[in-house]
Write a protein that binds this ligand. Structure first.
Ligand SMILES: [Zn+2]
Ligand SMILES: [Zn+2]
Length: 334
């Protein structure tokens, strides 16, 4: 079967690889239908991440079931979470599905050696090891191309605001965009769906600012400096240590800040200020599987609109060229 491989920076090619085989009753073979680029795919393609190559690319995916456990019929459309999780170990039971104890650490599709030997979703077929625990059926009427990112980036935006809004119903939310690309925009969408009174989005990128405004945010074209005020719930999507500090300083006394991601090894934090003001800081990868059903329900009801974040679409065969064009969110579909 064909699988798209990132051989070296900006070198993408279809490779012929062995088809996965179903060997256990919990496993499923799926056929990817729509695959979206994550905020990390293009940095990987341009060689800007430390991840080793070659990489079978693609980890945000809606697929159809080809062969799987009895609870699925061939042809069922499903979201395939990018993190491999068994659903049964103590960590999975606590919702820590990105830290599943049944598989090696960081097990995920589409990250090459870093994520393990699970292949990429830009392939004709893929193996899902714990299909009964991982796969989430698409509600009727939901377009696969609209929700490919529900496998990763949409839950990543959701987790940046859902726990904080559960503790502070109706709170005003600040989202700071930047290198993390599309994920802060999904945080805007999730915050409004989860009842935030207002969402303010700060960025310098005109395209992302326009999307945030369409999603319902009040937008500020600029940097999150002290002049913008303070919010009880904040999201740092800048991807830089300086941006994290600026977002922390825009977090109210007793507020909660979630940092969506960092590739920086180290950075200085205003520790005494955080201590005196009692600011909660959460740093870590998203645990995507638990929130997927709630997100799909909100999409089916028209209350979340992840399709508005999609900036480009392309046909499957055009993937090697389309992936080289800079975009916020590309969806490849069959
Ligand atoms: Zn990702
Ligand atoms: Zn597990």
């Amino acid at each position: 079967m064909r699988s798209l491989v990132l051989e070296a920076p900006e070198q993408l090619a279809w490779h012929d690889v062995p088809e996965p085989q179903r060997q256990h009753e919990r496993e499923a073979i799926v056929r990817p239908l729509a695959v979206a680029t994550c905020g990390l795919d293009q940095p990987m393609i341009y060689g800007l991440t430390p991840f080793a190559m070659p990489i079978q690319l693609g980890h945000e995916c809606v697929a159809e079931v080809v062969d799987g456990p009895e609870t699925f019929q061939p042809g069922d459309k499903v979201v395939v979470p990018f993190q491999i999780s068994c659903g049964a170990c103590p960590r999975c039971q606590r919702g820590q599905t990105g830290n599943c104890a049944s598989v090696p650490a960081l097990s995920m599709y589409g990250f090459g050696p870093l994520g393990g030997d699970w292949g990429g979703m830009l392939s004709d077929l893929a193996l899902v090891p714990y299909a009964d625990a991982m796969l989430v059926p698409l509600p009727d009427g939901v377009d696969p191309t609209a929700v490919a990112s529900v496998a990763d980036n949409v839950p990543d935006g959701w987790r940046a605001v859902a726990p904080a809004l559960a503790q502070r119903p109706g709170a005003d939310v600040l989202v700071v965009g930047g290198l993390i690309g599309p994920i802060p925009l999904y945080a805007v969408d999730a915050a409004l769906a989860l009842g935030a009174t207002s969402v303010t989005y700060v960025d310098t990128d005109p395209g992302r600012l326009a999307v945030a405004e369409t999603l319902g945010a009040t937008v500020i074209d600029g940097q999150p400096d002290r002049s913008i005020g303070m919010w009880p719930v904040t999201v740092d999507g800048t991807g830089t240590p300086e941006g994290l500090v600026a977002t922390l300083r825009a977090t109210e006394w007793g507020g909660r800040c979630t940092s969506l991601g960092q590739l920086a090894e180290t950075g200085a934090l205003p520790l005494f200020e955080l201590y005196t003001r009692g600011v909660e800081l959460h740093i870590g990868r998203a645990m995507v599987r638990p929130s997927i059903p709630a997100i799909l329900d909100l999409v089916a009801a028209g209350r979340m609109r992840p399709q508005l974040v999609t900036s480009a679409t392309a046909g499957w065969d055009d993937a090697p060229y389309a992936l080289l064009e800079p975009t916020t969110k590309l969806v490849l579909h069959r």
